[in-house]
Design a protein around this ligand. Structure first.
Ligand SMILES: Cc1cc2nc3c(=O)[nH]c(=O)nc-3n(C[C@H](O)[C@H](O)[C@H](O)COP(=O)(O)OP(=O)(O)OC[C@H]3O[C@@H](n4cnc5c(N)ncnc54)[C@H](O)[C@@H]3O)c2cc1C
Length: 508
């Protein structure tokens, strides 16, 4: 891309996994995208180790899944065990209704490398490494961005600035956005190893409530494995990261001459979130907006949900002239879910600590943690709290149990039982109905929906419908958003014209 180099629809600061996936989603919507990354193109991070099925579904939707799947590993199961091997909880890793395993592990540098190459070849994306912002201002509905690469200054303009610059986000700090600290802080030692020769370890994702120090062991592929060890009070970082200490910690699994160490770091696991994820035309995404301890493996997955929530809205404003106020729904729709995910992640860490302690003191496990804390840790409380957060771009005249649900890809399947909903809908709004509704829609409404690229889906020949979609179709027509969340369902009390008009009033 050579023409008009300084003008973009979107500028992304930070090219970690969230910046990379975000750039690719922007490109899918034909948004001219600039990425500014402070690292060189030879540097990679190794923190995240897994995607869930919803994230894999998004990767497939933007054409990345096939490229990364060779680097994905499906563990046999995830579990939480005690020092003596007693299993507290064990879940086999199965394919969900989205058609992907509930969890897939990976070695982050391998995934980053391939996504970077794909972004570099993308004509909608301009990618600048060794470059960082020094200033930005919002003016005339645009963000002017000044960056520095060595001694060279560059100037860019973009309609929107997306901060994907991680925990110490320059953008968040410059905007002076306050953060809420959930007062959780634990240091952990992370070690990635590569097995030599034909040595093998178990293919599992395991949290160990070790009575001497809580530990995680995760298989990333048949050759690569992650160990995480909680640091104990007073332990000195320089001593902990010494090679012989690491070899000693890992010796329970494998002897030291059977592997090499690829990465070692000490990370602080915290819980915090920014009070807002938007200021004018600037948005915080992923770790720049919040931090959560990784016990529930949700930081990256949550950032991917942010992308899924925000970019279709930016697309509507940029390409369909929709009302900019619809972007206010990003912070509104995401905040409560993120707070709950942080709480659950912290609760899971506390549960692991409590179980370790109970085992050490020979206490009954049931006494070591309150049932409500256990529910929070396993995410069982979320559904109740989520109801309060349904404000954004949803029909407000609807049953809260229906709206805000994401339809699974397998709600429509072909003869081979493959999920097809995502392919049929693409990146647009869609109306599912049991017959053609063109004549049912008022002329003006129909035209507006066509201009917004709505898909009208009513012919299901050659497909099978899932129970959820079939049930809704018996009641009326369903509008789903580009992120496949249900906007609303028409019924005897609200017809499809009223429902469509309600949506148009929110986005036009
Ligand atoms: C031990 C551990 C295990 C984890 N496991 C999982 C898991 O299994 N599943 C999961 O979902 N999540 C997991 N997470 C969380 C996950 O790693 C993060 O949420 C995710 O990687 C955040 O990605 P990001 O792109 O937002 O931030 P980062 O990866 O931090 O990327 C930020 C990027 O911005 C760049 N940058 C920073 N400042 C500037 C600047 N001023 N100018 C330009 N560029 C800049 C950085 O160089 C970097 O490339 C784990 C985290 C840890 C610590």
């Amino acid at each position: 891309m050579t023409s008009n180099i300084n003008q973009y629809d979107v500028a992304i600061v930070g090219f970690g996994l969230i910046g990379q996936i975000c750039a690719k989603v922007c490109s899918r919507y034909n948004l001219r995208t600039l990425v500014i990354e402070s690292r060189s193109d030879a540097e990679f991070t190794s923190n995240a180790i897994s995607f869930d099925d919803e994230s894999l579904r998004l990767l497939e939707g933007i054409g990345l899944y096939n490229a990364v799947k060779v680097f994905l590993n499906k563990p046999d199961f995830t579990d939480i065990v005690l020092t003596n091997g007693r299993v507290i909880q064990r879940n086999p890793v199965l394919n969900t209704d989205n058609g992907f395993p509930s969890i897939c592990t990976f070695f982050q540098p391998e995934i980053e490398k391939i996504i970077r190459e794909i972004c570099m070849a993308d004509k909608n994306i301009d990618l600048l490494f060794d470059n960082e912002p020094i200033n930005f201002i919002t003016n005339d509905n645009k963000v002017r961005l000044d960056t520095k690469s060595g001694n060279k200054l560059n100037h860019f303009e973009a309609l929107y600035l997306l901060a994907c610059d991680g925990i110490n986000s320059f953008v968040r700090r410059k905007l002076d956005i306050e953060t809420v600290d959930e007062r959780y802080s634990k240091n952990w030692l992370l070690v990635d190893i590569l097995l030599k020769d034909n040595n093998r370890l178990e293919n599992v994702f395991r949290q160990i409530c070790d009575d001497t120090r809580p530990t995680s062991y995760i298989s990333l592929s048949n050759k690569r494995h992650r160990f995480e060890f909680q640091l104990l009070a007073g332990e000195q970082h320089q001593k902990v990261i010494k090679k012989n200490n690491i070899q000693n910690l890992i010796s329970k699994w494998i002897q030291h001459d059977h592997y090499e160490i690829e990465n070692v770091s000490i990370q602080n696991f915290r819980g915090s979130y920014a009070k807002t994820f938007q200021k004018d035309n600037i948005f915080l995404i992923g770790d720049s907006a919040y931090q959560m301890p990784p016990y529930a493996s949700q930081g990256l997955n949550t950032g991917i949900r942010d992308i899924l929530n925000l970019i279709w809205k930016i697309n509507l404003v940029v390409h369909s002239n929709c009302n900019k106020n619809l972007l206010l729904s990003y912070s509104l729709e995401r905040t409560e879910q993120i707070k709950q995910t942080i709480k659950s992640s912290i609760a899971l860490g506390q549960l692991i600590d409590s179980l370790s302690m109970a085992f050490q003191k020979n206490m009954p496990l049931e006494e070591s943690i309150a049932p409500e804390a256990r529910d929070q840790a396993f995410g069982r409380k979320n559904s109740i709290e989520e109801k309060d957060s349904i404000k954004g771009i949803f029909s407000h005249s609807q049953n809260e149990l229906i709206i805000n649900r994401r339809l699974s890809n397998k709600e429509i399947t072909n003869n081979e039982n493959d999920g097809c909903l995502d392919k049929l809908v693409g990146n647009c709004f869609a109306i599912f109905s049991s017959k053609d509704i063109k004549n049912k829609l008022n002329d003006g409404v129909y035209e507006k929906l066509v201009n917004l690229n709505f898909k009208f889906i009513h012919d299901y020949a050659g497909f099978s419908l899932g129970s959820e979609l079939s049930e809704y179709l018996e009641i009326g027509e369903i509008i789903i958003r580009p992120d496949k969340k249900i906007y609303g369902l028409s019924s005897r009390t609200i017809d499809i014209n009223q429902l469509a008009l309600e949506l148009l009033s929110q986005i036009e």
